[in-house]
Design a protein around this ligand. Structure first.
Ligand code: XIL
Length: 315
């Protein structure tokens, strides 16, 4: 059948995947799939701070540059992921014992260095990742503790100065439907926009599990961001299941992939639908959720699962 990217182009939405750079270098079928099926890509790890500045002042852009070059060669847009987060920071930052003023300068330099390095080549930046807890409170991180909640507005302003054309996103999980956490984002983004802070989009990761059921009010959630004039994107969709897989779980998985995509197609300003990997061969899920897996569209041998047909027919 037609490729996902051809179908997505007709539906006026972008379809993307996270990319594992080791797999891209070593696995030809993997590389061919990324090029053929998707028209946006996200670095699964290589744009994170621990990867780009492992020692203070010593940048390593090689892997991230490779992805950006691959994307250009294949006419794909790049989602930059991610500038400010509580995970995957270099140890020189987290163990550095800096004053608040020093840490603020370090964060500013990190954002400006990275956004400038890729200037003009990044479509969306996930500027801040996972800043709230599930009950809608500020997550306690080194950034909140040392800089206060204003670090988010600062990060957005610094990123915007460094690349005024990039669309700037806040991104999180468990925010598919209307709940305390997605409402905290709605309120923060509304506030930031009223203050003229450059924020353009809300990234909804979309890490689901069949055992939790499907979140309520997904379309309504996207629509309230539409009404604010803010873009949305599904940024990391995968749907895991307790192993072993069976026909019922695979059917529930297909439903979830399709229902998130359908909400995106029905919302006015949902611009892209990115999966967090497309094959079970390289999924992060078995490493992070004990006893769970089979979260992607294709199995470990690149065979299509029911979810692949569901995404294809929904587009
Ligand atoms: C995950 C990667 O997939 C893993 O390879 C890595 O070990 C940890 O991070 N939310 C995010 C992503 O925003 O960056 C995370 O990616 C998955 C959860």
């Amino acid at each position: 059948g037609p490729t996902l990217r051809a179908l997505a182009a007709r539906a006026d939405v972008r379809i993307g995947t996270a990319v594992n750079m080791d797999a891209l270098a070593s696995d030809t079928p993997y590389r061919e799939h990324v090029a053929r099926e998707f028209n946006t890509v996200t670095a699964e790890n290589v744009m994170k701070w621990e990867a780009t500045e492992p020692q203070r002042g010593a940048h390593d852009w090689a892997a991230a540059d490779q992805l950006v070059d691959f994307a250009r060669a294949n006419r794909q847009l790049v989602r930059g992921h991610t500038l400010v987060w509580h995970n995957q920071n270099p140890s020189w930052v987290t163990e550095g014992d800096f004053s608040s003023a020093e840490l603020r300068q370090i964060l500013k330099k990190h954002i400006q260095d990275e956004v400038r390095h890729f200037k003009g080549r990044i479509w969306h930046w996930d500027v801040a990742n996972e800043i709230f807890t599930d009950d809608g409170q500020w997550r306690n991180t080194i950034w909140l503790e040392k800089l206060g909640p204003g670090y988010v507005a600062d990060a957005l302003r610094w990123a915007h100065q460094a690349d005024p054309k990039a669309r700037l996103y806040l991104n999180d999980y468990n925010v598919e439907g209307i709940n305390a956490k997605s409402t905290a984002y709605y309120n923060l983004i509304k506030q930031l926009r009223s203050e003229g802070v450059p924020v353009h989009g809300f990234g909804i990761q979309g890490h689901l599990g069949v055992q939790y059921g499907f979140p309520g009010q997904v379309l309504e959630n996207l629509q309230r961001f539409d009404a604010l004039g803010v873009e949305t994107a599904f940024t990391e969709v995968d749907v895991r299941m307790p192993m072993p897989a069976d026909a019922t779980k695979l059917q529930a998985q297909a439903f979830a992939y399709s229902a998130l995509l359908q909400a995106c197609l029905l919302a006015r300003k949902c611009v892209s639908y990115t999966v967090w990997g497309f094959t079970d061969k390289y999924s992060w899920v078995p490493d992070w959720f004990e006893g769970e897996g089979a979260a992607n569209l294709l199995d470990e041998n690149y065979g299509p699962k029911p979810a692949h047909a569901a995404v294809s027919s929904t587009l």
